[in-house]
Design a binder for this molecule. Structure first.
Ligand SMILES: C[S@@+](CC[C@H](N)C(=O)[O-])C[C@H]1O[C@@H](n2cnc3c(N)ncnc32)[C@H](O)[C@@H]1O
Length: 244
């Protein structure tokens, strides 16, 4: 039987490893994404990140990828795929998380969360990244609750860098406010901000990420945010423009 030469590396590999290689392969992800979109015309988180990376490529927006709210790295992994697909060797992937799950979730009309939800330790998270082929030079992690970790030392660590794509998936109004205050000075014309839970709480503008963005728009004049794309069940993205 003729077996193509390209399959030779798979001969001595355990089945489990072969399946994992195939599942993780870029072309498989691409095929699933295309089929998924064609099947019911939805744009998923992966689709959104693909659009965002293509947007910043077309528009030559230089900067890093910043994700706030990592849990087990699903969307961080998608961003890594896009970094490779669009050959953004210059782009560092920054992940910000407590690695202890959500903080105290406070009092809200529709409180659907609880403290400690989505906990995944830094060690567990790094094992996941390694299994997905992340190289240590491709990413940086900032550990801690945002009210403490988004501090002067983190600003110094980020000094001189810009944000091309920002992914906010930290669920809570309070967390999102802290994130927007932190990223403000790293935004440039064409930065994309994706809010994973923008339409949460049945779309209530008085809660969650939507409320945080409305307040951010009110309280500063440097950045204008232009609505870009809706995605998944609850997400929405924006393009940033700098005033003056
Ligand atoms: C829904 S999960 C993120 C899901 C992830 N993006 C994915 O693709 O599966 C929310 C994450 O936000 C983090 N988080 C929320 N508020 C935070 C805060 N104030 N400080 C640090 N981490 C926070 C939690 O630890 C949790 O990992």
């Amino acid at each position: 039987m003729f077996i193509p030469y390209a399959f030779e590396p798979y001969f001595h590999m355990p089945i489990r490893k072969i399946v994992k290689r195939v599942v993780d392969a870029e072309w498989v992800a691409r095929m699933i994404e295309v089929l998924d979109r064609r099947s019911d015309n939805r744009m998923t988180e992966l689709g959104m990140l693909s659009q965002a990376f293509e947007f910043v490529k077309i528009n030559q927006v230089i900067g890093d990828y910043l994700e706030f709210g990592l849990w087990r790295g699903k969307t961080f992994g998608y961003a890594h795929r896009m970094k490779r697909r669009y050959r953004r060797n210059d782009m560092k992937l920054w992940g910000f998380d407590s690695f202890q799950g959500l903080p105290d979730t406070g009092e809200h009309p529709d409180n659907i969360w609880h403290k400690g939800q989505f906990a995944c330790t830094r060690e567990e998270f790094q094992v996941i990244l390694e299994s997905r082929g992340f190289k240590p030079s491709e990413y940086e992690l900032v550990e801690g609750f945002y009210n403490e970790s988004l501090n002067a030392a983190t600003h110094r660590r980020f000094a001189g860098r810009k944000a091309a794509v920002i992914y906010i998936d930290c669920d809570l109004y309070e967390s999102t406010i802290q994130v927007l205050d932190f990223v403000q000075s790293y935004l440039v014309d064409g930065s994309i901000i994706c809010f994973d839970d923008f339409y949460n709480y049945k779309g209530d503008p008085e809660q969650g990420e939507q409320k945080a963005l409305a307040e951010f728009r009110q309280k500063q004049t440097r950045v204008r945010v232009i609505p870009y794309m809706d995605y998944a069940p609850l997400g929405k993205s924006f393009i940033c423009r700098m005033n003056g």
